[in-house]
Design a protein around this ligand. Structure first.
Ligand code: GLN
Length: 308
């Protein structure tokens, strides 16, 4: 039943070849000007297997901005630090609204629906920032990512961080709205500055797939989070990881996944693989168009859907 690494490699090669032909790629995010400069032509994919192999195709060693994929790692850090107390500040339900929506915050008294929409991720960052300086939180995130990936060469792109920060009116509004409801512990500017830097971490598909190994429970992965917590992070990725397209991603791919507006997607096939894909063109929900298609192709070819 399990596919050989050679069989998987030829699936990845097929996917990369098919994606190279495509012209309907969508456009990169332009509300963060630095991301808008990235060509939609890029495509890369990498996956890590239980035997320790990393397979790749396309531009899998080119760095891109991980953006909201960082929210998976800050969530893991926050749960480690605060445990279930975190759930007093952020919910666990899909929002059915855009990633940057403010609507449900008003309905829910400043408690964001889940940790992966912007409001929820800002609350998570605010929680781990309490009592610390932004540089401490960012150092902890980089340490976590470097240990998870087994790779020291992971950094923040300061230009992207500054670009987002200069246009962070909407995220600042989300933070201030939460502050009005007593759900922010630090000055909004400090939390948003930290959040913009966490989103500006740049990684390659290979680094990201390796960093996701602990979520797939691969034997070679460092034990960063307990198995019980890993299951719960995967549940949130499946239900909330693609914003108002989470249902569609679950339907088409059937794997826990987290997207970012840099065009990356991390997907987890529990016990089988950690997979990262990158294509900067986005769909209307702000998720990588070809990235989701590549994951769909891979899930179909491997039978890795968690639904059998
Ligand atoms: N940094 C981005 C923002 O807050 C992250 C959004 C995303 O990747 N979906 O707008």
């Amino acid at each position: 039943e399990s596919l050989s690494p050679a069989a998987l490699q030829s699936i990845l090669d097929d996917i990369a070849a098919a994606m190279a032909q495509r012209s309907d790629r969508g456009q990169p995010a332009s509300y963060i000007p630095e991301l808008g400069r990235v060509s939609p032509q890029h495509f890369g994919i990498a996956l890590c297997l239980p035997g320790g192999q990393t397979l790749l195709a396309g531009e899998a060693t080119t760095r891109f901005s991980i953006q909201s994929i960082s929210k998976v790692f800050t969530l893991a850090i926050a749960l480690g630090r605060l445990g279930d107390d975190l759930w007093q500040r952020v919910g666990r339900e899909p929002s059915g609204a855009a990633f940057n929506s403010i609507v449900s915050l008003e309905h829910d008294q400043g408690i964001p629906r889940n940790p992966f929409i912007n409001a929820g991720a800002i609350a998570v960052t605010d929680a781990i920032l309490e009592g610390l300086q932004p540089r401490d939180v960012l150092a902890e995130l980089l340490r976590f990512l470097r240990v998870a990936a087994g790779d020291e060469d992971i950094h923040i792109d300061k230009t992207v961080a500054a670009s987002e920060r200069a246009h962070a009116h909407r995220n600042t509004a989300l933070a201030e709205f939460m502050a009005a409801h007593g759900n922010l512990r630090n000055p909004a500017a400090l939390t948003i500055g930290t959040y913009c830097h966490q989103c500006a971490v740049e990684m390659t598909c290979v680094q990201l797939a390796r960093a996701g190994r602990f979520l797939a429970g691969l034997p070679a992965a460092p034990r960063l989070v307990s198995p019980a917590r890993v299951r719960r992070i995967n549940a949130l990725m499946l239900t909330c990881g693609h914003y108002d397209a989470s249902g569609d991603f679950a339907y088409r791919v059937g794997l826990p996944g987290k997207s970012g507006v840099g065009g990356g997607i991390l997907a987890i096939a529990p016990g089988r693989a950690s997979i990262a894909v990158w294509s900067p063109g986005l769909d209307a929900q702000g998720n990588s168009r070809l990235g989701a298609e590549a994951m769909e192709h891979l899930a179909r070819a491997t039978g890795w859907s968690v639904f059998g």
